[in-house]
Every structure is written in structure tokens, then in C-alpha cells.
Design a protein around this ligand. Structure first.
Ligand code: FES
Length: 116
């Protein structure tokens, strides 16, 4: 596990999202209260940046067709998206948000369960 600095905690709006790039990977950081979640910044339906959508609690909505994703699991909660978006473990260290890109739960693994 390799946690790398992703952002300053203060830069992730409470109840909102911040788009960052970590090692060439677009990542959306979503803050819900004291918790920050990281997921690939790309809708699984048509490659739209999820960070351009609205956050409501633990869900982020893709603005194009309205699929919402649970930021804790990456799973879509409504159509048209059916595939999960990879999520990454996060840590808060002082004022910094750290993300471990190698610790992703793969979309395949999630979908194997979700679409069974
Ligand atoms: S592109 Fe995101 S729901 Fe269609």
C-alpha cells in the first residue's frame, strides 16, 4: 500500500467534490462530513468526469444521464450506468488527504457481485 498526497483537506469542499490528478490518474475526492472518499473521475457509462456532477451525502451524480454512484463502493445506484467505478482507500493525515491508488477495489470484482 502506498499512500500519496492528493490534496489539502481544506481544498475539498464539505459536501462537495475536488478533481485531482495522481500519477496521471484522474481522481474525484468527495467529502462527506469528516470523511473523504476517492474514486476514479470517470463515469462508467460514457466517460464523463464525475467531479462535474453534484454530491449529495455519499452519492455523486453524473450530470449527463443522471446515474448516481455510491462513493464508498463506486457502485451505481440507478440506471443507466450499470458498472461500478473504481474506488481508492484514503487517509487523512493532519491537513492532507492521502490516496492509495494501488488499493483499488476493481470494478470487475464489484460487478461480479453486483450483477450476479
Ligand atoms: S455518462 Fe454518466 S450516466 Fe451516462
Amino acid at each position: 500500500m502506498t499512500y500519496v498526497h492528493a490534496a489539502q483537506l481544506a481544498d475539498v469542499p464539505s459536501g462537495g467534490v475536488l478533481a485531482v490528478e495522481i500519477d496521471g490518474q484522474e481522481v474525484a475526492l468527495v467529502r462527506d462530513g469528516d470523511d473523504v472518499y476517492a474514486l476514479r473521475d470517470e463515469c462508467s457509462h460514457a466517460s464523463i468526469p464525475l467531479s462535474e456532477g453534484d454530491v449529495e451525502g455519499c452519492e455523486i451524480e453524473c450530470w449527463l444521464h443522471g446515474s448516481r454512484f455510491d462513493v464508498r463502493t463506486g457502485k451505481p445506484v440507478n440506471l443507466p450506468a450499470t458498472e461500478a467505478v473504481p474506488t481508492y482507500p484514503t487517509q487523512i493525515e493532519g491537513d492532507a488527504v492521502l490516496v492509495d491508488l494501488s488499493g483499488t477495489n476493481t470494478a470487475q470484482e464489484l460487478n461480479a457481485h453486483g450483477n450476479a
